[in-house]
Design a protein around this ligand. Structure first.
Ligand SMILES: [Ca+2]
Ligand SMILES: [Ca+2]
Length: 99
């Protein structure tokens, strides 16, 4: 936790949290094919969309515990068409930095 808390606030602000999440993704994969695999792992019910609920479940296995608000804010980060879910396209664009 401390290594991400760069401004020493003892809690993660939104920017810091996004970095934790991106580090998390980067540690899994950097290529599009591997991101596809990662998407499938997060998409627990296989409907082709990542919801904040699924995100919370998957990240609970890591060191960081996500609150509902944090999961929602990550979804919003990726959710370009604002339907509350992240599609594979939105996920790849967000993760690879494409527009
Ligand atoms: Ca899903
Ligand atoms: Ca969306």
């Amino acid at each position: 936790m401390e290594k991400y808390d760069t401004n020493d606030t003892k809690s993660l602000d939104r920017e810091e949290f996004t970095r934790v999440f991106m580090d998390c993704l980067n540690s899994f994969s950097t290529t599009e094919d591997l991101l596809h695999d990662q998407f499938k792992k997060i998409d627990i019910n296989n409907d082709g969309f990542i919801t904040s609920e699924e995100l919370k479940n998957i990240l609970l296995y890591g060191e960081e515990r996500l609150t509902e608000e944090e999961a929602d804010s990550i979804i919003k980060e990726f959710d370009k068409n604002e339907d509350g879910k992240v599609s594979i396209k939105e996920f790849l664009e967000g993760a690879l930095g494409k527009i």
